[in-house]
Design a protein around this ligand. Structure first.
Ligand code: OOG
Ligand code: MG
Length: 261
């Protein structure tokens, strides 16, 4: 059962206002127990529509909770997806003002940029790779609108999968690179905090992208040529503060850095 449109609108307004005010909310499911996963994706669409209505441009999608490390960390054991806008993109090495975010955390990811549209209920990882123009090392800066990142599956779906900012390294052709076998090193202020392999996200980063494309097919949608897709954190996320910097290095893809001021 989905929620009435008026409820979806009211909750989308509340999430947007919380993001703008950097105010932390209690989980929506605490007061709206009827918020199931289907209505949460409708609410996510309503939230993203508000971002676009105020001038942001849709530039891609993101996966969340695709690795066991993240599922265990957040206590939510299913992958989720959300959307990226141009306002979320920060340049490699750019300084992000921590005060513009509520409770930022950073995570290392592998990003894709699509050469072709991708849609369909049976899309495979191989088809994702065939439709991929380039891959990039990425850092996602997530920021939950819920206090202390406490949420259930529908809550985090509604909150556009905690999307906030992301940075991309130099693009590389994926040809001949076994993206499941590449090593990943994540550093904060030059100190190693976590390591992983590409296989951490659903066995292969392209498999994570394929999962989202298949899920989108249920609502008649897909991804478009030129869009960027973040395939999900390969390690747990790390809280970060002004004065610190994060660097993700992926074998054969290179590295990307974000500084916080
Ligand atoms: C949800 C978003 C997780 C990822 O890459 O796993 C995510 C969260 O942990 O707040 O972006
Ligand atoms: Mg992420």
């Amino acid at each position: 059962m989905t929620l009435p449109p008026a409820t979806i609108d009211r909750l989308a307004d509340r999430l947007l206002a919380a993001a703008d005010a950097r105010e932390a909310l209690e989980p929506l499911t605490a007061t709206t127990p009827d918020l199931d996963v289907a209505s949460a994706y409708e609410l996510q669409d309503a939230l993203v529509a508000r971002l676009l209505a105020r001038g942001e441009r849709l530039i891609g999608a993101k996966l969340g909770l695709t690795s066991r490390a993240k599922q265990v960390e957040m206590g939510v054991h299913e992958p989720i997806g959300g959307w990226l806008t141009d306002a979320m993109l920060v340049a490699d090495g750019e300084a992000v003002r921590a005060a513009t975010l509520g409770q930022p955390r950073v995570e290392p990811e592998i990003a894709f940029r699509l050469a072709r549209d991708l849609a369909g209920a049976d899309v495979t990882a191989d088809e994702v790779l065939a439709a991929t123009e380039v891959v990039m090392p990425a850092i996602e800066i997530i920021d939950s609108r819920y206090r202390a990142f406490k949420f259930t599956l529908p809550d985090v779906v509604a909150d556009n999968a905690s999307a906030a900012r992301f940075a991309l390294g130099e693009p590389v052709s994926p040809a001949g690179i076994p993206l499941d076998l590449v090593g990943v090193v994540f550093e904060i202020d030059g100190a190693l905090v976590a390591t992983a392999a590409g296989a951490a996200v659903l066995g292969h980063p392209a498999a994570a992208v394929a999962w989202w494309v298949r899920r989108l097919a249920a609502s008649g949608r897909g991804l478009r040529a030129g869009e960027i897709v973040l395939s999900g954190a390969l390690t747990g996320a790390v809280g970060i503060e002004a004065g610190s910097s994060a660097r993700a290095t992926v074998d054969r893809l290179g590295s990307v850095e974000v500084r916080f001021t």
